[in-house]
Design a protein around this ligand. Structure first.
Ligand code: NAD
Length: 478
């Protein structure tokens, strides 16, 4: 089986875990083994090393870019900056990107990048140097480009790093009209898109809202339908964790716990997100927060406190066979990639609980990255052509209705009806529609086959089928 031969030399088994989930789901499809093998395997694994000048000497940096599947072009996936990153992890994350894009109908193959550094140990100038050199290495081997492979932010990277990548690519490809489509998650000033920064977390919150709104499923869990008053614990106060918490609170949930690597805090009545965030920013730690009833220096204890929903939004392998027995949540929403191991997932599902799988749950980021890429290729912001036109048409309609009915709207009502959509509103509308439709698509696959045990298996079935169709349309398989 591909998983054992491809990962035999690697130190961890994250790619093996993804393959295990894949193989479990593949039995519910009818594709030939050769085609399944092609879908499961990583097409291109580029491992490279480059030197940077540091202090009075040099340091050699390990880096990767993996393109998992070329059934669609370009390939797409974030770049992880972490001293724990390794080839197995990048392969696993690239594979998850292929399945994720297929689930939410984003026309990309999957990819991922990794730079083995702890960004906290480097100056901004060194980080810029590393990022630009990494980009040059990708350009040299044709591993980046708007129609080839398009990176994005991931753990440890953000808008700043994406702007360095865009600038380096543009500089080395003068006159290439679509050059800025070589990377997404850029700042707005460099042709990024409104709403990308918060997209993954917003998508996570929408996925949870969709899940808890299904009364039939909540009754089976012994929960009331709807997000109102649901107690949530979030692991990771980075991009995904912060925004997941923000929108969950906006949708009516109460965040009772936060876990960071230095510890965890809990208050059964709820914690104020921004107060916690600012406390950590000013003191450097989540611990010592005055609004907490209890705190834990062992961060993983925080995951085991009383709540309805657990949102791991930090790293993989956080919920394993060792702690799953202590998890009290009835729903795990995987904001991070790969936070639950196959053994832990099986035990949780066995208890009748629900996992909203990473490959769907955190797909909001790539969905809005797709919108950013479209914006870069079309060279025009969403709403620019039609916002005023829409407003004029709406104003004419309101004037006519007021005239014929004799009813006069006040200025607030008028503005609400007349206003044309901004880029942010269009992006959020596209994101929400994608997350809602995809959730029900996956759930329906599960409901239609009683042997399919989980939303993850259903999500894999959905993506395997879609990727298989792409290969068949290429004429590679009959
Ligand atoms: P980030 O770097 O912004 O934040 C991660 C946070 O997790 C940091 O605050 C870090 O201190 C914390 N953390 C690290 N180890 C921890 C531990 N053991 N316990 C508790 N907290 C810990 O990264 P991010 O962009 O929010 O990504 C988080 C996860 O979401 C990753 O798995 C990533 O692959 C996934 N993801 C990110 C995006 C995106 O758009 N950024 C999209 C899809 C998936």
């Amino acid at each position: 089986m591909a998983k054992s031969t491809e990962t035999a030399h690697l130190e961890t088994n994250f790619f093996g875990d993804v393959c295990e989930f894949f193989d479990h789901a593949a039995q519910f499809t009818s594709h030939p083994e050769g085609l399944l093998d092609q879908i499961r395997s990583c097409n291109s694994v580029y491992r490279f090393r480059f030197p940077i000048r540091r202090g009075n000497g040099f340091e050699v940096i390990d880096a990767w870019r993996v393109e998992h599947s070329h059934h669609k072009s370009p390939t797409k996936g974030g770049i992880r900056y972490s001293d724990m990153v390794n080839e197995d992890e990048v392969m696993a994350l690239a594979a998850l990107m292929s399945y994720k894009c297929a689930i939410v109908n984003v026309p990309f193959g999957g990819a991922k990048g990794g730079i083995k550094i702890n960004p906290k140990n480097y100056t901004v100038a060194e980080l810029e140097n590393i990022t630009r050199r990494y980009t040059v290495e990708l350009i040299k081997k044709n591993f980046i480009g708007p129609g080839i492979d398009v990176p994005a932010p991931d753990y440890g990277s953000g808008e700043r790093e994406m702007s360095w990548i865009a600038d380096t690519y543009q500089t080395m490809n003068p006159g290439q009209l679509d050059a800025l489509g070589c990377v997404t998650g850029k700042p707005l000033a460099l042709h990024g898109i409104a709403g990308r920064r918060e997209a993954t977390g917003r998508g996570v919150a929408i996925s949870i809202r969709e899940c808890v709104d299904v009364a039939e499923d909540m009754i089976k869990l012994g929960l009331t339908p709807g997000l109102d008053g649901k107690k949530v614990i979030v692991q990771g106060l980075g991009n995904v964790g912060y925004h997941s918490a923000k929108y969950l609170i906006e949708f009516g949930a109460t965040v009772v716990g936060f876990c960071e690597y230095e510890g965890a805090i809990y208050n059964e009545n709820g914690l104020d997100l921004d107060d916690v965030f600012n406390h950590r920013k000013s003191t450097g730690s989540i611990l010592g927060f005055s609004g907490a009833q209890v705190e834990f220096t062992n961060s993983s204890e925080g995951l085991e406190q009383l709540c309805d929903i657990l949102v791991p939004a930090a790293l993989e392998n956080q919920i394993t066979e060792h702690n799953i027995g202590n998890i009290k949540a009835k729903i795990i929403a995987e904001g991070a990639n790969g936070p639950t191991t196959p053994a832990a997932a099986a035990a949780f599902i066995e208890r009748g609980c629900i996992i909203i799988p990473d490959m769907y749950c955190n797909a909001g980021g790539v969905t809005v990255s797709y919108f950013e890429w479209l914006k870069n290729l079309s060279h025009v912001a969403f709403g620019r052509m039609d916002k005023r036109y829409e407003e004029t048409a709406n104003r004419n309609l309101v004037n006519m209705v007021e005239k014929t009915t004799g009813v006069t709207l006040d200025s607030v009502q008028r503005n609400l009806i007349i206003k044309g959509a901004t880029e942010l509103e269009l992006v959020n509308s596209g994101l929400e529609d994608t997350m809602i439709r995809s959730y029900h698509e996956i759930r329906e696959i599960k409901m239609n086959n009683p042997k399919i045990d989980s939303l993850r298996t259903a999500a894999f079935v959905s993506s395997i089928d879609k990727i298989a169709v792409s290969y068949m349309n290429m004429g590679i398989w009959p």
